[in-house]
Ligand binder design. Structure first.
Ligand code: ADP
Ligand code: MG
Ligand code: MG
Length: 249
């Protein structure tokens, strides 16, 4: 599904990713951990095609297609979803309008019929119930005045509605109370299937008690320096990153 080969990328003229390779098959959940400033968020931003992130060399294939040739909207339509570390507010555009446009674009890409307003609202209400977000939030401006927990619930709601094939969750657990963390984990687990893959970036092993990853990777100095399974996350929680210093350096 996703093949990242020797990816080198920079931000503001500073090289951050230094030859990162990662292979993700359909249905897999990959956790990415690593020290602050290692390049985890940069990886997410490069994958979505965010402005200011320059790819210097390497390649990214998404379902066999050169993903780096697609713009942000094309990547979203093709099924890539990035839950931002700091979700943006879009005052003046209701959550519902925003979602409807995104869902229409995604369905059109999948050659599915456009949902009627009635069916869309029905799905949106069901999804908001699943993430324990009052349906009144659908009428409010995107993330406008939402608390941290409400933004995260809203992100999971967006993810459920869009049915992406690859979801990137960047530090979705930071600043979340245990109930909101459970909502995020339940949302991800409910969406796990043999076709859909996830990249879960997290600082804490705790989230991985709820979302059991197939693989855990350590990203340091812009590269994957170690890979393992969920036991690696426990080891990191106990020992920190220092013991990897040889590999980190
Ligand atoms: P992580 O998510 O692993 O903590 P980041 O990818 O956010 O790390 O950051 C990696 C490095 O890139 C840091 O040194 C950070 O300061 C730098 N960086 C990231 N984004 C920008 C940006 N927009 N402008 C300048 N430097 C950036
Ligand atoms: Mg960080
Ligand atoms: Mg980060």
């Amino acid at each position: 599904m996703l093949q990242i080969r020797e990816l080198v990328a920079s931000v503001e003229g500073k090289q951050i990713l230094n030859g990162l390779s990662l292979d993700i098959k359909p249905g897999e959940v990959h956790a990415i951990m690593g020290p602050n400033g290692a390049g985890k968020s940069t990886l997410g931003n490069v994958l979505t095609g965010r402005e200011g992130y320059e790819v210097i060399s390497g390649e990214v294939l998404f379902n066999g297609e050169d993903m780096l040739a697609l713009d942000i909207e094309e990547r979203a339509r093709a099924g890539l979803f990035l839950a931002f570390q700091y979700p943006v507010e879009i005052p003046g555009v209701s959550n519902m309008e925003f979602l409807k446009a995104a869902v229409d674009a995604r369905r059109s890409h999948m050659k599915q019929e456009e949902l009627s307003s009635f069916d869309f609202m029905k799905l949106a209400r069901e999804a908001s119930k699943k993430v324990s977000l009052d349906a009144a939030f659908l009428k409010r401006g995107v993330n406008e005045g939402f608390s941290g927990g409400e933004k995260k619930r809203n992100e999971i709601l967006q993810m459920m509605m869009l049915e992406p094939s690859l979801c990137v969750l960047d530090e979705t657990d930071s600043g979340l109370d245990i109930d909101a963390l459970q909502v995020v984990a339940d949302g991800v687990n409910a969406m796990r299937d043999s076709e859909r893959s996830f990249i879960v970036v997290t600082h804490y092993q705790r989230l991985l008690d709820y979302i059991i990853p197939d693989y855990v990777h350590v990203l340091a100095n812009g590269r994957i320096v170690k890979s393992g399974d969920k036991e690696l996350a426990r080891e990191l929680e106990a020992k920190g990153y220092g013991w990897l210093e040889g590999e980190v350096a």
